[in-house]
Design a binder for this molecule. Structure first.
Ligand code: SAH
Ligand code: SF4
Ligand code: F3S
Length: 441
């Protein structure tokens, strides 16, 4: 039996694509192995979002050379493969396979070609491709990532994704519902719907509100999440569906990027500071106890001290539970690289802003979390925690809770009391077990 090892970088969409690739190869008789030394085929499923994401992969390729079996096929897939295409083959003589996100259907044939000594490349976009007939080999036994949309039709000026994943397209609602039914039948009770702007989902006849209602009605599904939504696509209809569908969790990851309307305009985010804050207010009014997390970029070209101060004030005004923060990274070919060079934010200014933002976000989330100690909530046990003899569980509003228990509790729901917090994660004690409820509507 040929063996394959896949290492995944980047976002959940890439994790989900790796599950599809593994599914495709399993159907062809491949066995997955968990180290590159043992594999006949080694794939790095890569990310191109920031320069650092790519330098990590280049470094890893150099390192892997030493571990690979002599005749192993080494391939690069995903966003960096799409972005660099033939340039990857030129820079690394050991790489014999380069496949973009729409090319995984041909994976077995491409591997065959590479085995024969050819260097294979597949970076055509395919707007019809949803891998409908490929059964994913899922890594996670508790929650399922389900892509509902591929590509992106926004053109945020800093972002490489539209170039690495092409235009937006949505799966048919019935296909998403069918996949949800099949993962629930396998014992998974949480589903995360994936798309770059997932709430702009539209299959020609049904929108994201319809999708939430249809997926939320699948018997046995207990938790429904989605990532990442765009503020402009939170119509009243979508928010109403979120509030109405019991399985939809009280958490939204709502990328803000900046709190300055001037910067947002240059980013082509298509909303102002006020519109973002209004979106937050509408979500909070409809969904009590909503957890809110976000993405923020510091040092976008032309960002002044005043612009940055507006980001800090928006962070305080919203009171995010957590945020992913990034230093702006210029991506070749994106519109932001055509802004005048004098607009570039110097590294030392970027670093200082980043550190200030980090301290502000951490301080706010710490305060919010300390106020929660003593509360009770439902958690789903996800896995064994990295440290100690604890389990890692998650609340509906996306808090991480570490609790005592054994492996048999993984995948089950409990009511816990939040007994303490480090400021970011909580500790919890089981108050009572909650029997699985048949959940619908
Ligand atoms: N589709 C998602 C985001 C995908 S990328 C959305 O629109 O919300 C994840 C995050 O990476 C973005 O939200 C942004 O904060 C960050 N990011 C994207 N391009 C970047 C760049 N060139 N430099 C720094 N951060 C970037
Ligand atoms: Fe990138 Fe903007 Fe599309 Fe998100 S919405 S993937 S940030 S272009
Ligand atoms: Fe990275 Fe591609 Fe996701 S660039 S963030 S892996 S869509």
């Amino acid at each position: 039996m040929p063996t394959v090892f896949i290492e995944t970088y980047g976002c959940q969409m890439n994790v989900s694509d790796s599950e599809l690739m593994l599914g495709k190869l399993a159907a062809e008789g491949y066995a997955a192995v968990d180290s590159p030394e043992a594999a006949d085929v080694v794939l790095l499923n890569t990310c191109a979002i920031r320069e650092h994401a790519e330098t990590r992969v280049i470094g890893r390729l150099g390192e892997l050379r030493r571990f690979l079996k002599k005749d192993a096929v080494l391939g690069v897939t995903g966003c960096m493969a799409q972005r660099l295409g033939p340039r990857l083959l030129e820079t690394d003589s050991r790489v014999s396979l380069v496949i973009g996100p729409d090319g995984y259907r041909a994976l077995p044939a491409l591997i065959e070609g590479a085995r024969k000594g050819e260097r294979m490349i597949a970076t055509e976009f395919d707007l019809e491709e949803h891998y409908e007939d490929v059964a994913a080999s899922r890594f996670d036994g508790v929650k399922a990532w389900i892509p509902v949309q591929r590509g992106c039709d926004y053109r945020c000026t800093y972002c490489i994704v539209p170039y690495t994943r092409g235009n937006e397209r949505s799966r048919q609602l019935e296909d998403v519902v069918r996949e949800t039914g099949s993962v629930v039948a396998q014992g998974l009770t949480e589903v995360v719907l994936l798309g770059q702007t997932v709430n702009s989902y539209h299959d020609g006849a049904r929108d994201f509100a319809d999708l939430l209602r249809a997926v939320g009605a699948v018997p046995g599904l207990r938790r429904l999440r989605f990532t990442s939504p765009h503020p402009n696509d939170f119509s009243d209809g979508v928010i109403a569906a979120m509030a109405e569908v019991k399985a939809v969790c009280e958490h939204v990851h709502l990328p803000m990027q900046s709190g300055s309307s001037r910067t947002l305009k240059r980013m082509l985010r298509r909303y102002t500071r006020e519109e973002y804050l209004d979106c937050v207010a509408r979500l909070r009014a409809a969904i009590p106890g909503l957890g809110l997390t976000t993405d923020i970029i510091v040092g976008f070209p032309g960002e002044t001290d005043e612009d940055f101060a507006e980001t800090l004030s928006a962070v305080r005004e919203v009171g995010f539970d957590d945020a992913f923060m990034f230093k702006f990274s210029a991506r070749e070919g994106t519109p932001a690289t055509r802004l005048p060079a004098e607009m570039t934010v110097p590294d030392d200014v970027m670093d200082a802003r980043f550190n200030e933002l980090l301290a502000t976000v951490r301080g706010i989330s710490r305060d919010r979390n300390f106020r929660r100690v003593g509360e009770r909530c439902e958690v789903l046990v996800e896995k064994e925690a990295r440290k100690g003899e604890l389990l890692q569980a998650r609340s509906r509003d996306f808090k991480t809770v570490l609790m005592p228990g054994d492996k048999s509790m993984i995948g089950q729901y409990f009511h816990v009391e939040l007994t303490g917090t480090t400021g970011s994660t909580f500790t919890g004690q089981v108050v009572r077990e909650r029997a699985p409820l048949p959940m619908s509507g």
